[in-house]
Design a binder for this molecule. Structure first.
Ligand code: GDP
Ligand code: IMO
Ligand code: MG
Length: 428
């Protein structure tokens, strides 16, 4: 069976965790391939709310193997805490039995978080992601494969020079680094392996692999709204590369988008709302960051963003999430293009400064009623058990889905109407 890829199509937090948890029911492996614990992926199962930062969201399915892939940056202490939380919640520690860490992945050390903590410009998550990728590109980073060969004297001297130059008061010592490295080896050596080979073998056996993206297309280092982006390649092209596989394995690429849009951190968002509609989306959608708890900025759905994301990723299907959150609005707007310096444009400008000159052009659709979480869950269950797909949704909601589909030219195959695992309607 080929691999499936799940990718955020906006500025992150589209609902990747929820989708991967559902798809993992029929998968053998779920692999992360980029990013680190800047990600926060939520899975809601009844009254259990699970938040994953490094662990692939397929951990909820006992039969599913888990990979932290080559292209990731991994903070081993965060991973350890996340595993402890999992065990405290009644799970079994999967380290080395069903959780494997790529020996090519880079390690986030305390030094990286100290430097990231100084960021004021981008609004990063402060988790050390950018500084760790910077060390990778500078070819001085530490990978799991190289733990036994690290010259801690050299590393401490270099890190202290950087800390001093950026005005950070913290310092590291060679002994401390040695202790930290020994701890990582002891804690995780049973799981550190060549995960690309593991996944390749699984594909040869006909097993199904899900490649779980983190962040989203507009946060991509090359294709996003630079410099207000993360430091990794979030796209389909990197999903296999970052997992140690070739792209030919991928058959379906699921782009996830909210029925509106959100962003956390700095950088312009053309359809951002500063009125009561923005408040409605933030309140009803509980739009607070899963990793940092920061308030997410909310706006109308932006088809220019989606057009861009689709060109980069070639989505074979779209999962639309949080449709329920639009309930209760009299009318719903969709941005179909931008007006920039008197001209209409249909594509994202490359410059974040030019983007600030873009004013959205909207079409307006009728709204649908505000329903409770239980009512939406009831609709989802009815639609799925009766096999009526989207036809069980309010008529105006169906119209909205049809309009988005026509604008994107990609089939919408599922619609989320609540946080719960079961609050998703599959297309029939
Ligand atoms: P991810 O980073 O893409 O995995 O998304 P996050 O977990 O950071 O943010 C998505 C949030 O929306 C989480 O709180 C989810 O529980 C919630 N969510 C996901 N799908 C839906 C949906 O269809 N409706 C509602 N109301 N909430 C949803
Ligand atoms: P998931 O996987 C939303 C944002 C940060 C900041 C920028 C750079 O949950 O969708 P970084 O710490 O990566 O250097 O921060 O990227 N960001 C995210 N926003 N969801 C995420 O992940 C994000 N990961 C990073 O807020 O603007
Ligand atoms: Mg998130």
């Amino acid at each position: 069976m080929p691999a499936s890829v799940v990718l955020g199509a906006q500025w992150g937090d589209e609902g990747k965790g929820k989708l991967v948890d559902r798809l993992a029911e029929s998968a053998t492996w779920v692999a992360r391939f980029q990013g680190g614990n800047n990600a926060g992926h939520t899975v809601v199962i009844g009254d259990r709310v699970l938040k994953f930062h490094l662990l692939p969201s397929g951990i909820t399915r006992e039969e599913c193997g888990l990979v932290l892939g080559d292209g990731m940056v991994i903070d081993p202490w965060v991973l350890d805490r996340e595993l402890s939380d999992w065990v405290e919640g009644g799970g079994t520690d999967p380290t080395g039995s069903r959780l494997f860490i790529s020996n090519r992945a880079h390690i986030i050390l305390p030094f990286h978080t100290y430097v990231d903590g100084l960021d004021k410009k981008i609004g990063t998550t402060g988790r050390g992601i950018g500084p760790t990728y910077a060390d990778k590109i500078n070819r001085i980073g530490l990978r799991f494969a190289d733990l036994n060969y690290c010259n801690t004297d050299e590393m401490a001297a270099r890190q202290n020079t950087v800390l001093e130059s950026v005005g950070c008061t913290q310092r590291v010592s060679s002994d401390e680094l040695r202790e930290q490295i020994d701890w990582v080896i002891n804690r995780f050596s049973s799981a550190i392996t060549d995960t690309g080979i593991l996944l390749d073998n699984a594909l040869k056996l006909g097993e199904h692999i899900i490649l779980e993206g983190a962040q989203g297309c507009l946060l991509d280092i090359d294709q996003g709204t630079f410099p207000y982006v993360t430091s990794s390649v979030t796209s389909r092209a990197n999903s296999t590369h970052g997992a140690g596989l070739h792209p030919g394995h991928v058959e379906n690429v699921i782009g996830i988008t909210k029925a509106y849009i959100t962003r956390v951190g700095h950088g312009y968002m053309p359809t951002e709302l500063f009125d009561e509609v923005g408040d409605h989306l933030g309140t009803v959608g509980h739009e607070f960051g899963t990793t940092t708890g920061r308030k997410r900025r909310c706006g109308w759905f932006d088809a220019v963003v989606m057009r861009h994301a689709n060109r980069i990723n070639g989505f074979t299907e779209i999962a639309l999430t949080k449709l329920d959150v639009l309930g209760g609005l009299d009318e719903i707007k969709i941005c179909v293009g931008y007006r920039m310096n008197g001209h209409e444009i249909n594509e994202m400008p490359a410059s974040a400064i030019a983007l600030e000159d873009c004013e959205p052009i909207y079409v307006t659709m009728p709204g649908f009623p505000l329903l409770s979480v239980e009512e939406w869950l009831g609709i989802a269950k009815k639609c799925n058990t009766e096999g009526i797909g989207f036809q069980g949704l309010p008529f105006a909601a169906q119209n909205y889905i049809n309009k988005l589909e026509a604008l994107l030219g990609v089939p919408i195959t599922s619609v989320g109407v609540g946080p719960d695992r079961d609050a998703t309607i599959d297309r029939v």
